[in-house]
Design a protein around this ligand. Sequence first.
Ligand code: FPP
Length: 256
Amino acid sequence: MNQPSAHATPPRHVAIIMDGNGRWAARRGLPRAAGHREGGKAVRRTIEAAIEHGVEWLTLFAFSSENWRRPQTEVTDLTRLLRRYLRSELKELEQGGIKLRVIGERDRFGPTLRAELAAAEERTKHNTKFNLVIALSYGARAELVAAARLIAQQAQSGQLDPATLDETGFARYLATADMPDPDLLIRTSGEQRLSNFLLWQAAYAELSFVDVLWPDFNATHFAAALADYARRDRRFGVRPDETNPGRTAAPKQAGA
Ligand code: FPP
């Protein structure tokens, strides 16, 4: 008989690269904006599914640092969609016990979206049932460079002794400070790369590449990714304890 999985419990934190909105629209002869709109519906379904499965954290890659290089009209469509999403869903996030947090270079967005993001975070900050993290204008390399810059400044001014800096200390300088690392990272659309998403945090994440375009992603696909995750043997680079096969302790991390 199979040994029970070391993580029969669901992943605490799921991160998703929501890919394939453009292809979904192109296949239907629709503008890309229609794919993003439909992708917004998949966001809602996925939050509901994650809560139902007992996941505590969901991080969604909604806009990458590289997305700024898309045509201006598409950038405008995406930011408009985000604003509309915030306006229509905020009450539900608030009442559903969902805490919203945004990571990424939000200063690159205009004042209206920035103000709406700040207000949404403020209004949901006391919620504890579920954590929704939206990565906006996010790029892992930029995040790491920003952390290195701040560390160098603090070392130079004598606030930080470089010799005392370890991995846990370094992680406190990242946008994800105080968040647990993702246990499972899903990418839709069949592409198999990380595209500069959570490069530090996903060091030990299980990867799941789902061959479905994001607007088609639903609760069944989410459940299948979780079932696949439950069969994985997570070792964190450590050999399993021979007296307890399949079991290894997860490394200590923030929020754990
Ligand atoms: C990738 O598809 C998706 C995006 C760049 C945007 C994701 C945004 C949403 C799903 C909108 C709603 C989000 C929230 C959080 C409300 P793509 O355009 O790269 O698709 P392609 O690879 O097929 O061109």
